[in-house]
Design a protein. Structure first.
Length: 276
């Protein structure tokens, strides 16, 4: 019988990508992780033996946590119990990452992740005054790759120098030395979905919408024109790029949930309203 403090892979998969997703903490041993260097989307790595030191950091997050190890046994159970002692509602991923992968759920290859700063965050830099890709990509990263990621918006001419001086990863920049950018007819969001191992049907559907809005091809998806209109409206509403990003996260949350749960749902007036 499963422990009352476990969560199934399928149930956790329904939570990942939402703004209220639990904090995911990977505590696989170094040996196990070296043999399978992939993360459940959005997970952060922490050493299981040091939970008394880092555990209190998650109290301030005021969010429940889910612990991931290889099989969901002693390491996850022990770390989860310790975090519950600290006051953090914590579950264990049932069956660990072995069960997650057996269910053919997506994992992020660590080799694709940029280097992290001293606080363990990925740091990204792009052009100021974002419209589509430069909001969509941060949304994808925050929801599925690194919830604590830092985004720097700077003058276009300074992106590469800022990347060099501040150890940031440039994205959505038209330069031959920038990896995370457009490839042919595909936009940066397409590339991130693919290379971060996130090619689920909802995210592939969203990628088509983003591509249509970002590359002036609204015929790719009926929703592309609406996304572009909303994106341009946000860019007029906010002079501060980071304030625009925060507002844009909610926009992409809504589009993602539509892509995942509501593509077949329509809307009409109630029958009583039509009769009147």
């Amino acid at each position: 019988m499963p422990s009352p403090n476990t969560i199934s892979p399928d149930k956790l998969a329904r939570l990942i990508g939402r703004p209220d997703s639990p904090v995911l903490i990977d505590v696989c041993t170094e040996e196990d992780f070296a043999a399978n260097p992939r993360l459940v989307p959005g997970a952060v790595r922490r050493p299981w033996a040091d939970v008394p030191a880092w555990g209190p950091d998650f109290v301030a997050a005021r969010r429940p946590a889910v612990i991931v190890c290889k099989k969901g046994l002693k390491l996850s159970q022990g770390v989860a119990a310790w975090l519950r002692h600290e006051g953090v509602p914590t579950d264990v991923l049932e069956g660990g990452i072995v069960a997650w992968q057996a269910a053919q759920l997506p994992t992020v290859p660590v080799e694709r992740l940029p280097r992290r700063d001293a606080q363990g965050r990925t740091v990204w830099v792009t052009r100021s005054r974002p419209k589509v890709d430069r909001i969509a990509c941060p949304w994808l990263i925050r929801r599925f790759v690194d919830p604590q990621a830092v985004f720097l918006y700077v003058a276009p001419s300074e992106v590469l120098d800022v990347a060099d001086r501040f150890g940031a990863t440039p994205f959505d920049v038209d330069h031959e030395n920038v990896h995370w950018s457009h490839r042919g007819e595909r936009c940066t969001f397409d590339l991130m979905v693919e290379e971060f191992g996130l090619e689920t049907e909802p995210l592939k559907r969203l990628a088509t919408i983003v591509r249509g809005a970002d590359t002036a091809r609204p015929e790719l998806a009926p929703e592309s024109a609406g996304l572009l209109a909303a994106s341009l409206g946000l860019s007029r509403m906010y002079a501060d790029d980071l304030a625009q990003l925060e507002a844009g996260l909610a926009l992409y949350d809504a589009f993602y949930r539509w892509c995942r749960d509501a593509v077949d749902e329509g809307h009409d007036w109630p029958p009583t309203a039509r009769k009147s």
